[in-house]
Design a protein around this ligand. Structure first.
Ligand code: GLP
Length: 241
């Protein structure tokens, strides 16, 4: 196992290094989701680290959602995809972080005149052009979400610049969003959505609307997504005022 080859030593950074080693296991899928991590004892012996250090690193990753713990049974690589809500990341980045291979199937990837509703969402004047993307997002060939994105053509001039990741294309155009407002709502998936996501009609889903902005305040995207409720956990860190 990768982690057992890591020559971590007793250093002040041992805790962080161990966390990185465990994160690598998850990202490289050396241990599959749902499977157990070696015991704290084995990890601490293999890495010559104190049990306290190992326990702290594991606790940090449980909090981040990469690992889960079942009382008395041990620590496992989490099966659900845990998405921190405060980080402005892309679907592609979220999946890579979990060692999953992302893929998009496009139903629409075109350019057209903005509709009244889109012009409100994107702060565009009537007659402006927008790029529309409608796709099913897969991880490891399993459908995870449906997304409809609208992007001003002044930001993204050609829909074919998006091969798989919208944010990658925006990054290349120096138009990666810097801030976003996101709204989550529980929904039950209709027949068409359920078919695309390979779940039963009426299954729980999360409808997510994201408006992303550039530094200068321009809206970069208005995206409506439907994520599978049986796979995703959205987690936010809360602080008092
Ligand atoms: C998430 C967001 C979308 C965003 C997408 C970009 O799924 N909910 O608003 O458009 O990420 O992901 P990618 O760069 O993989 O296309």
């Amino acid at each position: 196992r990768r982690i057992c080859q890591d020559p971590a030593t007793h250093q002040p950074l041992a805790y962080l290094r161990l966390r990185r080693a465990i994160r690598n296991i998850v990202e490289h899928r050396d241990i599959e989701p749902g499977q157990a991590l070696p015991s704290e004892r084995d990890l601490s012996q293999a890495l010559k680290l104190s049990r306290v250090t190992v326990r702290k690193a594991i606790a940090g990753l449980v909090e981040e959602g990469l690992l889960t713990q079942r009382h008395g049974a041990g620590t496992f690589i989490a099966e659900r995809i845990v998405k921190p809500m405060s980080r402005l990341t892309s679907f592609t980045e979220d999946l890579h972080e979990r060692g999953l291979h992302p893929r998009s199937e496009f139903f629409e990837r075109g350019i057209g005149e903005v509709t009244p509703e889109e012009s409100m969402a994107l702060n565009l004047s009537p007659g402006s052009l927008v790029v529309r993307l409608h796709r099913v997002r897969y991880g490891q060939d399993e459908p995870l979400a449906i997304e409809r994105s609208v992007v001003p053509a002044s930001v993204l001039p050609d829909p074919l610049l998006v091969h798989d990741s919208l944010y990658e294309a925006l990054e290349k155009l120096n138009a990666r969003p810097r801030r976003a407002l996101q709204r989550l709502r529980a929904v039950s998936l209709n027949a068409q959505q359920a078919r695309l996501l390979h779940v039963a009609v009426g299954s729980a889903g999360l409808s997510i609307e994201r408006r992303s902005f550039l530094d200068d305040g321009r809206v970069v995207e208005f995206t409506c997504s439907w994520y599978r409720g049986d796979i995703y956990d959205f987690v936010a860190e809360l602080q008092t005022d």
